[in-house]
Structures are given as C-alpha cells and as structure tokens.
Design a binder for this molecule. Structure first.
Ligand SMILES: Cc1cc2nc3c(=O)[nH]c(=O)nc-3n(C[C@H](O)[C@H](O)[C@H](O)COP(=O)(O)O)c2cc1C
Length: 217
C-alpha cells in the first residue's frame, strides 16, 4: 500500500480496518458478535446505525429493496416495523423469506442476514407502537403506505382526520401496522482490510446450533 492509499484508508475506514475480526472464530455466536458490532456502530457516531436494506421477493422471483430500521434483535431474530399492506409486507406474506444488509461505511463493516420471516405477536407490536411519538402513531393511521397518492394535501387531511378522531385519548395501533421478525439462518460478517484482503465469516444454523467458517473475500 502506498502512502496516499494508507492515509485515505486511515481517514475513511476508521478503526475497523485495523481492528480486523480478532473476536470472530468458527465457534463464535453470531448474535453476540452482531451485538458487539452494533454497539460499536452506535458509539461511532454513525447516523442511524440501525438503518438496513431489506430485500424481499415475489413468489416468481422479482426482488425489491428498501431501507427499514432495525428495532430489536436477539436469538429469535431481527425485528422491524411497517405497514402490513405495503409492498414489502405483501411480498413477505406471499413469500416469507428475506435478506437484510447493514453497511457501516466508516467502520468498513457489512453484515448480511438471511432467513424466513414471520409477523411478530400483536402484543409485541402494541408495546412498540405505544412507545412511538404521537405524531408517528397518527402517521401510521394516515398513511396507506405503498399506495398511489394524488397529492400531499390528501395525506395532510388524513393526518388531521386521524388527529381529530383520537383527540384526548391514546392512539391505538392500527391493525394494518406491526412488526416482522427475520429468523436468521445465515449471517455473514465482512470486515474491510487493507489491499482488499478482507475478513469474512459466514455462520449458518444447523440443527439449531450455529456453525461458522471463514471465506475468501
Ligand atoms: C432511513 C430510512 C428508514 C426507514 N425506515 C422504515 C421502517 O422502519 N419501516 C418502513 O415501513 N419504512 C421505512 N422507510 C421507508 C422505506 O424505505 C420504504 O420507502 C417504504 O417502507 C415503502 O416500501 P415498500 O413500498 O417496498 O413497502 C425508511 C426509509 C429510510 C430512508
């Protein structure tokens, strides 16, 4: 690596390039590893470290992507919230398989997660919905996500109507709004390193237990 490349790598890649994946091995628990990486991303000052790309596909194999926010994760899976009548939700209901991707550019880190998807329980969606701001709650009633909208004014009028409807009371969760959980079967960690000789570990769940392997970059 020449000096210029080294300086550029230092400033753009931050700590990640130099840290490598010392903490990863064939026996690591990928959920624990994800937690460690997520906490590092939160501390790094990245805006929206929880933003992730969500890929879905129609049953006949047409893929689509969009950004959603990761709201919780544990051994059971990775949860995001959305409108159950949106395009992504319709695709997930017809073909309950998803892939999510998070790229923390400043850390030179990428995580890919794949697996089957299910709706979270109504109780879990209720709890999360209740924690949102009133404005977001009203927005969930007003927006017919992914449907064509004639004008901004129509949306603003729908917000006013919902606001009036629930004036002076707690906003209940609309039935068309809630969470999905991706139950991971494959999790890949990618750590950028100098000279494109990156570290990659792929973990897959076999008969309940995680097994990891190192891969060529
Ligand atoms: C940073 C960011 C975060 C977002 N988070 C969410 C989210 O958590 N849930 C959601 O439904 N849409 C979220 N969106 C909007 C989606 O990307 C998308 O536009 C919307 O969900 C409609 O997608 P669909 O038509 O494929 O269903 C977010 C967009 C951005 C840019």
């Amino acid at each position: 690596m020449n000096l210029l490349t080294a300086i550029r790598t230092f400033f753009t890649a931050g700590q990640g390039v130099f840290r490598g994946m010392k903490d990863a091995s064939e026996d690591s628990n990928p959920i624990e590893l994800f937690k460690d990486w997520f906490e590092t991303a939160e501390k790094s000052g990245i805006i929206l470290p929880e933003a992730m790309s969500l890929a879905t596909s129609t049953p006949d194999g047409h893929p689509s992507l969009r950004t959603v926010l990761l709201k919780s994760f544990d051994e059971d899976g990775f949860v995001f919230y959305t409108n159950y009548e949106s395009r992504k939700a319709r695709e997930l209901i017809e073909n309950p398989q998803a892939s999510i991707l998070i790229h923390w550019a400043v850390l030179h880190r990428q995580v890919r997660i794949e697996g089957p998807v299910e709706r979270v329980s109504d109780a879990e969606s209720d709890t999360y919905f209740a924690s949102r701001s009133r404005g977001s709650q009203i927005g969930a009633w007003a927006s017919m996500q992914s449907k064509m909208l004639g004008s901004r004014e129509i949306l603003e009028n729908r917000v006013k109507e919902a606001d009036k409807k629930f004036a002076g009371q707690a906003v209940p969760r609309p039935e068309h709004w809630g969470g999905f959980r991706i139950r991971p079967e494959r999790i890949e960690f990618w750590q950028g390193k100098a000279d494109r000789l990156h570290d990659r570990f792929i973990y897959s769940r076999e008969t309940g237990a995680w097994r990891g392997s190192r891969y060529y970059p």
